[in-house]
Design a protein around this ligand. Structure first.
Ligand SMILES: [Mn+2]
Length: 418
């Protein structure tokens, strides 16, 4: 039995004209290379947004339906899911099993994009659920927990308490930071390598965008990484983009399959030397990348210029950008003198690039305000916040109105104080 593990397509991540097709083209290459498998696993963040635009849906669906044209040799055995939720159509073709990620997460009881795809018979969505398949007498049990806020991850996992099934190859799917694999410093993980459940043959984690395969105790931790560069940080230039294939023989064979047609990303540092002009130094570096390496698409190149700010003219940088347009997409970073400013910029960049962390901050504010209003009963802040951020004001109002005793306070004081 062969299993393909793909993650973090981030459909629609870039709306910049030259880059807007990348997330689709790269996921498509991965998906096409995965079609010779018996099962496909999607580990979350398929979409970059909880509410993808119609144009994003249209392109995404073309890729996600590819397995529907493939026949399947695996047999569905059982699941802890309600059987009526598993479409018969899904079981007629090469099965796709998916969890949703941080970018797709919505309020409790609100349908998310992965569940919408499940309704269409394109995949089977798991959240704290298990599904078992069989081929040639070999059984595989897939246990999936979709992405939850980091601070709840350990509690949700422990209260679900998944157990490996006997006589099966057991795979646990997660979409979380797992210390030391941390996605955002703003959301510290509650899971780490030693508190993961025991006895699973594979633990697969989405969310982390650089791939890795690591042995931990009796399990193997597989991080397939994203199929696209999302943050243009230095570490993203260090690993290839791709996905993972697992061949179940006596001993499982696990291979990382790199993409070949994807846009490459380079992060280079240029220290100003006195001998050469800045332009000469930059162009030398650019030529090394553009003309020496055999690249399928104009690469993304981020150049960090280290030196005194006054030595670098913005005009000159714009000139170089224009000169190489069509051959490369170039971005410049100037190292600033003050470490304090660097720190602030780093913080803002983290906030901007991780919408969900911004939500975490908003959630904290809401919680504090509601506490001040004496909403101290069993109140689901997380859910209320997600409803608010989805624009479901009516529903939130109804939740608040249930607490008759606090109603007068709500009407007297504004919900969010200025
Ligand atoms: Mn992601």
């Amino acid at each position: 039995m062969r299993i393909a593990i793909l993650s973090d397509f981030h459909f629609g991540v870039s709306s910049r004209l030259e880059l807007e097709e990348d997330s689709f083209e790269q996921a498509e290459e991965a998906m096409e290379k995965a079609l010779d498998s018996d099962l496909i696993l999607l580990i979350g963040d398929i979409f970059d947004s909880r509410f993808p635009k119609t144009s994003i849906w249209a392109k995404a669906i073309k890729i996600l339906v590819k397995p529907l044209l493939k026949e399947s040799n695996v047999k569905f055995l059982e699941s802890s899911k309600e059987l009526r939720k598993i479409s018969k159509r899904t079981l007629k073709h090469l099965p796709v099993i998916a969890i949703h990620g941080t970018h797709e997460r919505r309020a409790k009881d609100e349908i998310n994009v992965i569940q919408a795809l499940e309704n269409a018979g394109i995949l089977i969505h798991l959240h704290c659920q298990t599904i078992v398949f069989e081929k040639d007498g070999k059984r595989v049990a897939i246990h999936g927990m979709s992405g939850v806020p980091e601070r709840f991850a350990k509690d949700v996992l422990y209260s679900w308490n998944p157990k490996p099934m006997p006589n099966c190859f057991n795979i646990l799917l997660l979409h979380q930071s797992i210390e030391p694999y941390v996605y955002s410093p703003l959301e510290p993980p509650t899971l780490n390598l030693s508190n993961l459940p025991k006895g699973f043959d594979l633990i697969v984690d989405g969310h982390i965008h650089g791939h890795s395969i690591e042995k931990i105790d009796d399990s193997i931790l597989v991080i397939p990484g994203s199929t696209i560069v999302t943050q243009l940080e230095k570490n993203e230039a260090e690993t290839e983009k791709g996905f993972v294939k697992v061949e179940l023989n006596e001993k499982p064979k696990i291979d990382f399959i790199p993409l070949e047609r994807n846009r490459k990303f380079f992060y280079e540092e240029i220290k100003l030397e006195k001998k050469l002009s800045l332009r000469e130094q930059i162009e030398k570096k650019l030529k090394e990348i553009i003309y020496v390496k055999n690249l399928p698409k104009p690469p993304l190149i981020k150049l960090k210029i280290v030196g005194k700010e006054t030595e670098v003219s913005d005009q000159e940088l714009r000139y170089i950008e224009r000169k190489y347009s069509g051959k490369a997409l170039i971005g410049f970073v100037k190292e600033l003198e003050s470490p304090e400013i660097t720190q602030k910029i780093e913080f803002l960049r983290n906030l901007r690039e991780q919408k969900l962390s911004t939500e975490e901050i908003g959630l904290g504010l809401l919680k504090k305000n509601l506490e001040e209003l004496k909403f101290n009963s069993i109140f689901d802040y997380d859910n209320t916040f997600k409803l608010l951020s989805d624009g479901e004001i009516e529903k939130v109002f109804n939740i608040l109105l249930v607490e008759q005793s606090t109603l007068t306070q709500v009407l007297k004081k504004p919900l969010i104080e200025k």
